[in-house]
Design a protein around this ligand. Structure first.
Ligand code: ADP
Length: 464
């Protein structure tokens, strides 16, 4: 069995089940079974550039990390990754800031990380690179002579070619993707948008799941990421989960609750969601004083001004809606800017009658899957899901909404709140089947099977 090297911006956490997300757990599992290295950023920003590796061994796996200088962090992470690629890949061209210096920083970090990893690469290794931070990584490794199979998985959407071409260096980025052997996308729609770009923009050809261009061939497929469904269902019955469930139901005193759990990010459609909740209260007097919205939204990327603006906007909206509808013994919106241990989160999901997951655009959205997995099979809640989340392609038995349609979302909340038990159970059973079959283990093994079956031609840059 080949040894595995995982490359991602953040490394870990490992061995901390309360904090580790499904992805971290899945990657650690993969690394444990084949032995291997998890390589990326330490999470520390230092004044001067210093690309010395920090090695830490944790059983059969090694964590290999490097620091980022303040300038590189600003240009690579806050700049090109989060001000250019993140909004563009989420179809938000209006928010994209492009700056040549930021792209230079992004290239510099990709090159420096590739150079730091190279001495650790052995003859039978497979290299699995994650997400939009490292689109140039394979190109850089190939330049240094690495001929091992290298795969990429994009956790976020891939944009339509008309949007991608607004980025001044779009061709350079896509060309660099052809230095990978396998490109993994969340959905076939994302993969097809990549194919469309290759065909229409740079004159490449597509044959089955292979794209050929720039004298190289890359295999591109959808591998929808899943969650650890069984563990999540069990979390709801751990001490922490039960405690959270009991205290939430106690506090609700027979009233009902809609829950939203998202990083505080403009892709998640939070203002639209608050508007829709307000509309639902306007339309349905019977839900006033009876249904509340719990929105959990821990801040992220606080250095980027759009994220600061969003926080202020949501605080204003929650204040306005509460001022308008609250009663002395009922608060319509409870808005919490903090994170929870995963067990506790499972308890909150289970105590909530509706899960509201309404991003404007999302690669997959794991919260949608977690909400369903945490439900009580005998009395499950209802998932209301945006058609623009990758998860909507699999979870067709959710109540599907258009997050831009405030009235449609308000109506959907009412449908969910009044859904009979039989229909709730029926939808839950169908959703759970997909979520358990296409879980995180399935994602990992199908990706790694594809990567290990790459017959690498041993020439610089992708197989010919
Ligand atoms: P994204 O990757 O864009 O943040 P996802 O929904 O795909 O969106 O994944 C978010 C992950 O972060 C989920 O596993 C979710 O449980 C976790 N998460 C989100 N908010 C919180 C919170 N307040 N506390 C703990 N975990 C959270």
């Amino acid at each position: 069995m080949s040894r595995l090297i995982v490359v991602s911006n953040r490394v870990g956490p490992i061995g901390d089940a309360a904090r580790a997300g499904g992805l971290a757990v899945a990657l650690v599992e993969a690394l444990k079974s084949s032995g291997g290295i998890w390589f990326g950023w330490t999470g520390d920003v230092i004044e001067e550039a210093d690309t010395r590796l920090k090695l830490e061994s944790a059983g059969p796996l090694t964590l290999a990390t490097i620091d980022l200088s303040a300038d590189d962090f600003d240009a690579y992470y806050n700049g090109f990754a989060n001000r250019s690629l993140w909004p563009l890949f989420h179809f938000r061209t209006g928010l994209v800031q492009y700056d040549r210096d930021n792209f230079a920083g992004y290239s510099r970090v990709n090159a420096a990380f590739a150079k730091a990893l190279l001495p650790l690469v052995q003859q039978d290794d497979l290299i699995w690179v994650h997400d939009y931070h490292f689109l140039l990584f394979a190109e850089e490794l190939r330049k240094l002579g690495c001929t091992r199979p290298i795969g990429h998985f994009l956790h976020i959407p891939f944009p339509p070619r008309e949007l991608l071409t607004t980025l001044p260096n779009h061709e350079e980025l896509v060309k660099a993707l052809f230095a990978f052997d396998i490109l993994g996308f969340q959905t076939e729609h994302d993969r097809d948008r990549f194919f469309d770009y290759v065909r229409m923009e740079v004159g490449g050809s597509i044959l089955g799941d292979k794209a050929r261009c720039f004298n190289r061939t890359v295999t591109a497929r959808a591998f929808p990421i899943g969650i650890d469904a069984g563990t999540f269902a069990n979390f709801a019955s751990t001490d922490d989960g039960q405690k959270q469930f009991a205290s939430m139901r106690d506090m609700l005193r027979g009233r009902r609750q809609i829950i939203g759990v998202d990083r505080l990010d403009y892709t998640k459609g939070l203002p639209e969601r608050f508007n829709a909740f307000e509309r639902m209260l306007e339309d349905h007097e019977e839900h006033r004083g009876e249904v509340s919205l719990l929105q959990v939204a821990p801040p992220s990327r606080t250095d980027v001004s759009e994220y600061q603006d969003l926080r202020l906007e949501l605080e204003g909206m929650a204040g306005h809606i509460n001022g308008r509808f609250a009663e002395f013994n009922w608060t319509p919106i409870r808005y919490l800017n903090r994170s929870f241990a995963r067990q506790a989160l499972a308890g909150l999901y289970r105590a909530s009658h509706v899960g509201l997951v309404t991003p404007l655009r999302d690669g997959m959205n794991l919260v949608a899957k977690e909400y369903v997995a945490a439900q009580d099979p005998e009395d499950p809640g209802v998932l209301v899901l945006s058609r623009f989340a990758g998860a909507a392609k699999q979870l067709t038995d959710a109540v599907i909404v258009n997050p831009y349609d405030v009235q449609g979302m308000a109506d959907a909340m009412n449908v969910a709140l009044t859904m009979p038990l039989d229909e709730r159970k029926d939808r839950y059973t169908k959703l759970m089947k997909v979520i358990s079959e296409e879980d995180i283990g399935h994602w990992r093994t199908s990706y790694l099977e594809a990567l290990s079956s790459v017959e690498h031609a041993g020439v610089t840059g992708g197989s010919l």
